[in-house]
Design a protein around this ligand. Sequence first.
Ligand SMILES: *[C@@H]1O[C@H](CO)[C@@H](O)[C@H](O)[C@H]1NC(C)=O
Ligand SMILES: *[C@@H]1O[C@H](CO)[C@@H](O)[C@H](O)[C@H]1NC(C)=O
Ligand SMILES: *[C@@H]1O[C@H](CO)[C@@H](O)[C@H](O)[C@H]1NC(C)=O
Ligand SMILES: *[C@@H]1O[C@H](CO)[C@@H](O)[C@H](O)[C@H]1NC(C)=O
Ligand SMILES: *[C@@H]1O[C@H](CO)[C@@H](O)[C@H](O)[C@H]1NC(C)=O
Ligand SMILES: *[C@@H]1O[C@H](CO)[C@@H](O)[C@H](O)[C@H]1NC(C)=O
Length: 598
Amino acid sequence: MHRPLKQTDHPGYTYVCECKQMVGKRWLSLLLLVFVLVGISTDLLREAPAASSNISKSSSARIPVNPQGGEQRDGSKSREYKGIPLKANLSVCHASFSDADRPVYCCPAWKDADQTLLDFEFPDPSSPVRIRRPAHLVDEEFVAKYERAVGIMKQIPPDHPHNFWRQANMHCLYCTGAYDQMNSSALFKIHRSWLFFPWHRAFIYFHERILGKIMGDDTFALPYWSWDTPEGMWFPDIYRKGALNETERDAIHLREAAVDDFDYVDHDLASDAQIADNLAFMYHQMISGAKKPELFMGCKLQSGVEGWCDGPGTIEAAPHNTLHSWVGNRYNPERENMGAFYSAARDEVFFAHHSNIDRMWTVWKKLHGDKPEFVDQEWLESEFTFYDENVRLRRVKVRDVLNIDKLRYRYEDIDMPWLAARPKPSVHPKIARDILRKRNGEGVLRMPGETDGSQLSEDGSWTLDKTITVRVDRPRINRTRQEKEEEEEILLVYGIDTKRSRFVKFDVFINAVDKTVLSPKSREFAGTFVNLHHVSRTKSHEDGGVGSKMKSHLKLGVSELLEDLEADEDDSIWVTLVPRGGTGVNTTVDGVRIDYMK
Ligand SMILES: *[C@@H]1O[C@H](CO)[C@@H](O)[C@H](O)[C@H]1NC(C)=O
Ligand SMILES: *[C@@H]1O[C@H](CO)[C@@H](O)[C@H](O)[C@H]1NC(C)=O
Ligand SMILES: *[C@@H]1O[C@H](CO)[C@@H](O)[C@H](O)[C@H]1NC(C)=O
Ligand SMILES: *[C@@H]1O[C@H](CO)[C@@H](O)[C@H](O)[C@H]1NC(C)=O
Ligand SMILES: *[C@@H]1O[C@H](CO)[C@@H](O)[C@H](O)[C@H]1NC(C)=O
Ligand SMILES: *[C@@H]1O[C@H](CO)[C@@H](O)[C@H](O)[C@H]1NC(C)=O
């Protein structure tokens, strides 16, 4: 059934590259050759291959999720970290589940385990450096070339690794858990942990090189969607053209006038106000909320089910997640394409979005003196596999992708006004603290029109159907600058249980007295929890088909924010959780406490 891809499987197809390994029908290749040679728009080719991943139409086939099936990482009794790097077991690619727990199948027609797996090789140091430019600044000639190459990619036979939808399915494979980890029944997944940045860097690196190969241009570089800058806060127009266009997008959000809403609250701010919000948000996600590698990169996922963690870094939570949902078509069950992991990379704008995510990693690293993110073999030696531009399967380790100079690309510099967008308190801190002190002692603090504490569920967790405010003790106060640099104060929202597989978002504020003025623009904003539908299946179907569902936590760095709120000498703070978008009815939280992170 499965057999290795052989050179002889791939006749012809030399128009794009020297790769002789193309699967598929000779006539199609010849036809394409003709089209490319005479420069006819690939729009004319009507018979695009269907997406080679599918989602089952019958939702009744859904496998129930056992809410008790998993153990919360904090406090789990039997932790047996194997202390070995993560690696996918390529010998079995199996059906998996979308974020909303619907069955998906995104495995290739061939078996990667049968392919020759080669070590990653850095590009020749004398090869040109590819310069990724902001999507709104690239010229027409570039767009025409890019659009044509993507068009060709869409015409490559579906059982070829360079086919556009096969590329998209690489994302599906590693985000829905189509592979198990080696020597384990734990699924291999690359979101919501420290694998997020390195995996995506490698993924778009190869996508870029494949496109370059198709164009015959070894300087081709993916554009980046510079949503962190005011000029880039609109959906990039070039992705509305030809093969770069996509039907499954949100028509309302993609109105020409709409500024991206990182916070995803749909409060219809005027452009200027939205831009100011976004800049303050970026400041928070990149600077004050991301002082430690784990806060920025995500939690330390270790091998085996016991090493599972679920804690995305600041940027992955938002704007990464929120912009995925913002672009996806709201009338699709999971906001496909961009709004769901399994389908996100079927929209080419995915690559511009992730170029900017990747760029944010380079910026953050520079802000932190180019120090290594983690000196940890389990991270550095974790590995992924990708097909390169010559259709060779490559083993890429995290350590291979840490230096983009060696990968021969870089980002064109642009102004980053968010660096200086440090937010101000919405209410003067002295006034706020006076008001808050008067409310002290009530256990659960109420703001007008809010919860009366009846949100406590039977097991003692809070349901996030309304705003919740609680008082949280601080074990240490008045720490010295040095102590703060060594250990960041963390606000830990733990035991987050998103029972229903839906988009869930809530914002966290500290010492807020007037929730009507709360937004990321106020210094009281401590961070956000964002879930794209998401059921945290961690085990493969070997456990009888019942997926494990684990609670997650949110770690927010708050040292700088507490100083700005003049709360550093207080032995307690008030924490407000604000559900966004009315999706909190099935979300519960076990508690909130202060922690410290090295
Ligand atoms: C669709 O999914 C089924 C399994 O659910 C699989 O057998 C089939 O090959 C898939 N089709 C494609 C085109 O991937
Ligand atoms: C899997 O287990 C085998 C046998 O114990 C061992 O040799 C191998 O290194 C393990 N591989 C991984 C990736 O854990
Ligand atoms: C990979 O998966 C196959 C099939 O489940 C299994 O037989 C094999 O032991 C696994 N290999 C490792 C190293 O886990
Ligand atoms: C892009 O796709 C949308 C949705 O199908 C369509 O309305 C629009 O006209 C397309 N734009 C272009 C420039 O083709
Ligand atoms: C905190 O430190 C400042 C000066 O460093 C000092 O004046 C103040 O009394 C201290 N507050 C507490 C509660 O220890
Ligand atoms: C979600 O909340 C609704 C309304 O409170 C409730 O009827 C339903 O049972 C909940 N679903 C789950 C899976 O908890």
